[in-house]
Write a new protein. Sequence first.
Lengths: 373, 299
Amino acid sequence: MPIHAHKLATLSVWALISLGAVPILHAQNPFQSVLNGLNKMKQQLQQGATQPASQQPAQPTAAQPSPAQSAAPAVPTAGAGQSNSVPPGSLEEMLTTAQAQLPALPAGGLDPSVLPDVLGVHIGTPTTQAVEQLNALYPTVHSGGAPWGTGLSHIQYAPTKDPPYTSSLSGLRPNNDGCGPTDCQASDAIFAVFSGPPDTRMVSIQRTLSYSSQRQVPSDTFRDSLVQKYGPHFAQFPLNVMVWAFDEQGKPLTLSQNDATCAKGEGLISQQGYGPPNPYLMTSYLGISTPVPQLQQQTITRVLRMKCVRGIVVTADISGRPGGMAQQLQVTITEVAVDLRDAFAAEIYLQQSANAQAKQQVQNAQQQSGPKF
Amino acid sequence: MTALRSRRAIRMLSVAAATYAASAGTLLLAQQQPLPAGVPAAPPGGVIGSKLPDTNGVHLGMTQDEAIAVMRRLYPDHLTIYYDKAPTGAVWTGRLSGTTDVSCPNGCETMEVALSMPPSPVQVVAIQRTINLAAGKQPTLDNTIASLRQKYGKELPLKEGAAVMSWAYDEQGQPIIPQGPPGWQPDCADAGGTPGTFAGYPDPRQPLEIDAALAPIPLAQQVPNLTKNPCNQNVYVHVQLGISTIQNTQVVGQIFIKLGEQSMMLRDAVADQQVFDGLAAAKRQQQQNANTQQKAPSL
């Protein structure tokens, strides 16, 4: 490739990754193929959440964490209230006990500004703020019959009367730097997942940049940019997958190959929800679907053991051989610790709500004389 | 030629009159036939609906008009009347079907009422009612049982758990404890079937045509099996409760109620079948008579 083209490609990638929004110059529309890619991206995130645990946690168990600081999201109105005493042997007791094994918050609380980012949107950012930022980066534009912009999905806690919360955002905008003279199969897609109340934060963000075959980027250019952004302490996987890990103060962690392998497949507990018109009705955040205490405990234990890196994981997948050309770059950042802490807090809230709802049902039943026979 | 036509017309009229007389005579004869042994006789004065158990005001033993009036009041928006036609040519209301809400988003109930067929008096012989209770309106099991006992009295001692309850009465509405073979439980939720009742069609101009009250087996062969079943006698109420447990408290979400005037159901079905058998026999006799009056063809 000519040197000037190489520099142009490097500058484009650097601008895309570090500086933020790219002006929309064309109205070209590779909508369908990008939608397919977006759906595949969503599936990958969900499949990662169901991978079996194979590693012990890399981080030592922490002391009882204090609630994460939350700037914007509203804690839902309590249809349930808080129970003053936790019934022994109950699911709520198991969850409360398990919280002691969760990663502790950093001293002084969580500061997303020191954590890894995509386009300046830092992982761990409260949901409302993250949505504002992403809406600005992926503005709504109706072009050629297919809209660019963002869409939200929602989840509602079933045993409560709380309004649905924003559980994920998907966004799409053109990647004009990726358009060739006669081919504009290029796009810039974003997908973010947010944890549920009582604390709501961005726990995952994934950006997929695709380029037309006429405007592929050297793999090494992508790689250099990634190293410049996320640092040199990464684990390398074939074909061209890079994995970084950070603690919750933004300090890089050095992973063993085993931990890096586990981290590469790190999935989310938080779910993406449903798009309009109806939210996904959630009865359990951790996926506990049995009333049997032993099986409930097994689920909790499995969730805790699945997490091998209890901080932040950054994964970059360059679709191109080292030394060759790449047509796609995908970067995923996951805040494993926040996802864990918020999942348990949400599950306790759901269980308290369900218990309060059941108690009310019993009280109602005791006052009902039954239908007219 | 005119004389020939006149003689032929007179002959045809004579055959018709004889057939009618034969049928009427056979019908009259069938109606007066004694019921086979084991088929319960009607109580003195007949079955009176107001004396028999009910659900939501629909009594076993009610007449067709009484039942339709109550069902219209209970299910003003969703009531369907089904019609049947007996072998005698009589059209009657064989079934009533009502519901409070076809989609049932906030609880609902349905009721099916079966009526006996003519020439026996048309009366309610079986009722099925299903109640689905919305969340927030579901009573405890204890409250439900108390309400049912208040309505129907102390239940029979079944061995099926708290979710199933049964009551038995004679045809004058008095509680009884029915007897049966060793090991038999008086849990007669249509265990005796619903003989003599039919689904029907909703258009009275096109009723479902019935050709028999019972199975196409000679009555003499059917009756012993029918009368041997203790669930084909007396009056029953049977309730099954759909129960869930919330925080160790049992709560009722669904109630299935079945009522059956089993004695009347069997009695009317047998009596009607006797009539239909008589009509069929008369028709065969008529055909035979007509055949014997046929002249031999010219050879």
